[in-house]
Write a protein that binds this ligand. Structure first.
Ligand SMILES: Cc1ncc(C[n+]2csc(CCOP(=O)(O)OP(=O)(O)O)c2C)c(N)n1
Ligand SMILES: [Mg+2]
Length: 324
């Protein structure tokens, strides 16, 4: 494939690095007790959200999972608002009510991360139905894991999207495990992409550690959706370098050798080496991006630390439906 323009390449690099540094900072402050509840980090999978969301407009939609910080950031939710939400502060994107698994920012097209495995798929189909019904050109991307691929939501969502030709792209982040359960043991046929045939839509399997491969596949699928040609299923083969959630050592169900093998295919150094080998960028340019990203993440931490908690009255609003 021809390389995209330099500004696109640098934006992809910056975005992946942002996702990585953000999550590393989350791990640090989590251990200091700053963040309540569970966090599921995206470390190792950055090329997926980055390569996909690079094609989306602000008005497009994303539905996401329990492992959704990267999706929120890549969709354009400011780092301050994502971090402050993790800290439970009133300046967070959900006003501090939601935390990691309930990041909502519809003004940026983020229709929610979700603690339940599967609904991102049907919610994504629903958002796409809404866009089609209203006659807009909005595209929805529904992210989900390999675990969700074996739930009813997957089959319902893909079926409805296909019969109604909805403008949606289903992106499976196949990191080979659902908590401790191996994808290969849990999935008949051992392929997510192959399931697309049953729903009469294109199914594409891509190397989820290669941001350019993801960028290309997503670009085609999003253009297809926007042109009214219907849904696509993309399976990105990837790996989480860390435990399922912070606190899980991630060692009881996979070997150290396996983790080391995948770490050799870390999407960020892979891409950096390619940019340097192809002489697209200089070391200095990359170092500058690294410094900017570090400052950006530190700003989000400082902002969160200085933000107020929601008042008890505020915290209880928008949580329960008003009785009729
Ligand atoms: C309906 C439902 N069943 C079980 C759980 C518990 N649970 C939380 S995350 C998870 C694994 C999800 O695996 P996958 O979809 O592959 O996403 P990953 O964590 O690998 O990103 C499970 C089973 C849940 N949250 N919701
Ligand atoms: Mg998984």
């Amino acid at each position: 494939m021809d390389l995209p323009d330099k500004d696109v390449l640098l934006a992809l690099y910056r975005q992946m690095l942002m996702l990585r540094r953000f999550e590393e900072a989350v791990a640090r402050v989590y251990r200091e007790g700053k963040i309540p509840g569970f966090v599921h980090l995206y470390i190792g999978e950055e090329a997926v959200a980055t390569g996909v969301c690079a094609h989306l407009e602000k008005t497009d939609y994303v539905t996401s999972t329990h492992r959704g910080h990267g999706h929120a950031l890549a969709k354009g939710v400011p780092a301050r608002q994502v971090m402050a939400e993790l800290w439970g502060r009133s300046t967070g994107c959900s006003g501090g009510r939601g935390g990691s698994m309930h990041l909502y920012a519809p003004e940026y097209g983020l229709l929610g991360t979700n603690g339940i495995v599967g609904p991102s798929i049907i919610n994504g189909a629903g958002a796409a139905f809404s866009a089609k019904y209203r006659g807009t050109s909005q595209v929805t991307v529904a992210f989900f894991g390999d675990g969700a691929n074996n739930t009813g939501s997957f089959h319902e969502g893909l079926n409805l999207a296909s019969i109604w030709k909805l403008p949606v792209v289903f992106v499976c982040e196949n990191n080979l495990y659902a908590t401790e359960m191996s994808f290969l043991k849990a999935t008949a046929g051992q392929s997510v992409a192959a399931r697309a045939a049953a729903y009469a839509m294109p199914g594409v399997a891509v190397d989820g550690q290669d941001v350019l491969a993801v960028y290309q596949a997503a670009g085609e699928a999003i253009a297809r959706a926007r042109a009214g040609e219907g849904p696509t299923l993309i399976e990105c083969r990837t790996y989480r370098f860390v435990g399922h959630h912070e606190g899980d050592p991630g060692t009881g169900y996979r070997t150290q050798e396996e983790v080391e093998e995948w770490r050799k295919r870390d999407p960020i150094p892979l891409f950096r080496d390619r940019l340097l080998t192809d002489k697209v960028v200089t070391q200095d340019e990359l170092a500058q991006i690294g410094d900017d990203v570090e400052a950006h993440v530190q700003d989000a931490i400082d902002f969160s630390a200085q933000s107020a908690w929601p008042s008890p009255q505020e915290a209880a609003t928008k949580v329960f439906a008003s009785p009729l």
